[in-house]
Design a protein around this ligand. Structure first.
Ligand code: HEC
Ligand code: HEC
Length: 309
């Protein structure tokens, strides 16, 4: 007998045996279970057919000689036979195209049930109930709620005392630190702090009206310290000449123009939580898992601690 058939036979027996043992061992034997039995029969059929097909074609490769009509063109003496497309190949090729169209246009389950869809719908429902239930909360209670939100969601980065854990995140006990102000003046800022696209220009767009020139390094340092120290000390003139036009004479901001950089506001914190923030310290991700009321509560808490309460 041809060696090939012999090895094919041995391999078939081995695979069938291995299949039987795998099922027999993991599933506690066939036990007349129809599903297991079908699985084993299927596996045996696949093993037998695979090996039969492989043996057949290997045999064919061993014994076949080239025949048929040669095509006209040849490349360095290497020619091509004029063979028809194998019918099975052609059917599969066309079938894949038709199936692809169907799947792309109709088959893909865009509107069908999905776990993510169900989850999102339930979260939405929950948030609606939550907001209805807690809509009336304000003042002290809102701050308390914010403290819980803060402890659960913010302490990993901002620390239990909201001090930013030595520069890992912003220190929320004060409005802003000097390094951050300097960074913003030098690089500009584009964080949707006003809830919309309204970037602050970098230093190449910041003129000091008092001197008529672009803001200088020394001025940046002075005015940054002034802002970070709660609008005290030297730098008031630079602020008035360069920043007040947008941030207002006292730094408390102007609606749709520039944010309050003197103290935290609900809008600012809510926007930071909604859009995330990039700056001198690093990157804070948007915290999408919080609903509107929770964001407002977190803001109330941040406002309360930054005032030293
Ligand atoms: C052309 C208007 C304009 C001028 C002039 C301007 N700013 Fe701003 N500033 C903005 C806007 C708008 C934002 C909010 C940008 C954003 O959404 O990220 C901002 C953001 C900031 C922030 C970031 C606040 C935070 O919480 O991170 C700081 C700090 C700041 N400005 C300081 C200054 C200082 C200091 C000056 C003067 C040297 C100045 N700005 C001049 C418009 C201005
Ligand atoms: C994954 C870490 C991380 C988490 C979680 C996080 N933050 Fe932040 N947060 C940061 C970083 C980093 C910054 C500083 C970004 C920068 O360089 O300006 C920041 C900045 C801020 C600012 C902006 C301060 C400013 O200068 O305008 C506020 C407000 C804030 N966080 C509040 C919160 C609150 C409230 C929570 C919880 C609900 C929270 N953060 C959760 C990392 C985090």
């Amino acid at each position: 007998m041809n060696k090939l058939y012999l090895w094919g036979g041995i391999l078939t027996v081995l695979m069938v045996g291995a299949t039987y043992m795998a099922i027999g061992m993991t599933k506690g034997g066939l036990n007349g279970d129809i599903v297991n039995t079908l699985a084993v029969l299927g596996a045996i059929a696949i093993a037998v057919i695979t090996i039969w097909v492989v043996v057949k074609y290997v045999r064919q490769m061993q014994t076949d000689t080239a025949s048929g009509e040669l095509a006209e063109e040849n490349w360095d003496g290497i020619g091509e036979y004029k063979n028809d497309l194998p019918i099975g190949w052609a059917v599969m090729f066309l079938g894949t195209m038709v199936w692809g169209m169907w799947y792309f246009l109709l088959g893909y389950p865009v509107n069908a049930f999905s776990q993510i869809g169900q989850y999102n719908a339930e979260v939405k429902e929950k948030n609606k109930k939550f907001e209805a239930e807690y809509a009336q909360i304000k003042g002290e209670r809102l701050v308390e709620m914010g403290e819980s939100v803060f402890l659960a969601n913010c302490t990993v980065c901002h620390g239990i005392n909201a001090d930013g854990m030595e520069g890992k995140a912003a220190n929320l006990n004060q409005r802003i630190e000097k390094e951050s102000v300097e960074y913003v003046i030098k690089h500009g800022s584009n964080n949707k702090l006003l809830g919309m696209e309204m970037p602050m220009p970098d230093r190449n767009g910041l003129f000091n009206a008092n001197t008529g020139a672009l803001i200088t390094d020394a001025e940046i340092e002075t005015v940054a310290a002034y802002v970070a120290n709660g609008f005290q000390g030297a730098g008031a003139d630079i602020f008035a000449g360069t920043c007040a036009g947008c941030h207002g004479p006292d730094g408390r901001g102007m609606p749709s123009v520039a944010p309050n950089i003197r103290e935290f506001t609900t809008d600012l914190v809510v926007n930071v939580l909604t859009y995330g923030k990039k700056g001198a310290i690093g990157k804070m991700p948007a915290l999408d898992m919080l609903n509107k009321k929770q964001k407002e509560a977190a803001a109330a808490y941040v406002i309360s601690i930054s005032k030293g309460e």
